[in-house]
Write a protein that binds this ligand. Sequence first.
Ligand code: DC
Length: 241
Amino acid sequence: MSAEEKRTAAPERAQKIIVAIDGPAGAGKSTIARHLARHFGLLNLETGAMYRAFALKALRSDVSLDDARALEELARETEIRLEPGDQENLVLLDGEDVSGLIRNPTVTDAASRVSVFPAVRAWMVRLQQQVGARGGVVMEGRDIGTVVFPHAEVKIFLDAAPEVRGQRRYEQIGQKGTTPAPPPQEVLRDLRARDERDRNRADSPLKPAPDAVILDSTRMSLDQALAAAEAIVAEKLNLTS
Ligand code: DC
């Protein structure tokens, strides 16, 4: 195929492609996923929002976040839907739009705790495979390239030093301004605790897929990271078309 043919085939290819973006908290997954989705005309699906919605249900239900069996039962009577939104995804928990209720520190911590249980993960993975089945998506999370879509055409593992991720998170919380930002040391401490849990759980720990491209944004500006991610996808589209 000539270079010109490859270029014209790329947009069609993009309609079906699955781009998996994994990485720890604060690495910039959401911003990069949103950018790639817009740039390549794909749907952006944030799987973390689904774990967050389930965590919210667990908190509301008074179920212990350590009780695997009770959480499994709760999952059986829970319906979670994820729809692409303008900025963040729309998350429907049993039909209720909870998109604005799942980004606070209590739900953040609870999401990381409920996501260690295999039954919860198996259920989520099934849902995520259904929403992404038709392709044409950028899906971000912790296990997309390893478990949810191991055959994704593009896999990016986004990373950055914990101190840098902590600082970015701190600034994000400040910008949102909905809740007073905790001190930076506290944000970093919570982020490290979450990293620890996400990376060391027995089921689907956070780790790069063997065929993922590692993108470390520690020393990159946002624009540089966006450009690097865009180049990775563009290259794959050309190579695989
Ligand atoms: O990406 P996030 O911060 O919204 O994710 C919240 C929590 O959900 C995170 O601590 C781990 C869990 N999670 C997961 O285990 N697997 C995913 N694919 C996405 C999120």
